[in-house]
Design a protein. Structure first.
Length: 165
């Protein structure tokens, strides 16, 4: 399982990096076209929006896996061991509930985009394509969070040392 998650992490980071490079390239070429050549690309903003959405959702599972999201652990770490166990379980349940809620809401959002055939005004890119990365990203976050929580809860309840398996 660890090997699969490492491969997924590399794919997510590489994908987000490629999309970031594309965003930088579009913006870098767009600035001189707008200000020096007085011929702005009218479609540039649509591609920038799509790139920002994809970067966000491709990088989120990688950040989740590496614990790069904001967390306030000082309160939980200061609790006695029995209360820390309860807090860790409660936090895990809340995170699962939020991610599952976001998963279903993102699917509903994409379904509306498909049903209404909503597209970007200039390039005519379906918004469903742009936002289709969201549920995939959420599933990847659920998978990585499950792997992490199983390990952490084993340590917390089993008394194992960090790094042992």
């Amino acid at each position: 399982m660890k090997k699969i998650l490492d491969i997924l992490n590399k794919i997510e980071v590489a994908g987000a990096s490629l999309v970031l490079a594309a965003l930088i390239a579009f913006t870098f070429v767009g600035v001189p076209m707008r200000y020096l050549m007085s011929h702005p690309f009218t479609w540039e903003e649509e591609l920038q929006l799509a790139c920002m959405v994809w970067i966000t959702f491709l990088a989120a599972p990688a950040a989740f896996r590496s614990k790069s999201h904001v967390a306030i652990e000082i309160v939980v770490d200061a609790l006695p061991r029995s209360m820390r166990r309860a807090a860790e379980v409660l936090i895990a349940l809340v995170v699962y509930a939020v991610l599952i809620y976001f998963f279903f809401r993102s699917r509903n959002f994409i379904a509306v985009m498909v049903k209404t055939s909503r597209k970007t005004p200039i390039l005519m890119i379906p918004y469903s394509w742009i936002y289709s990365v969201a549920p995939v990203s959420i599933v990847l976050m659920l998978v990585s969070y499950t792997e992490e929580k199983v390990r952490e809860l084993r340590e917390l309840f089993g008394g194992g040392k960090e790094g042992e398996q």
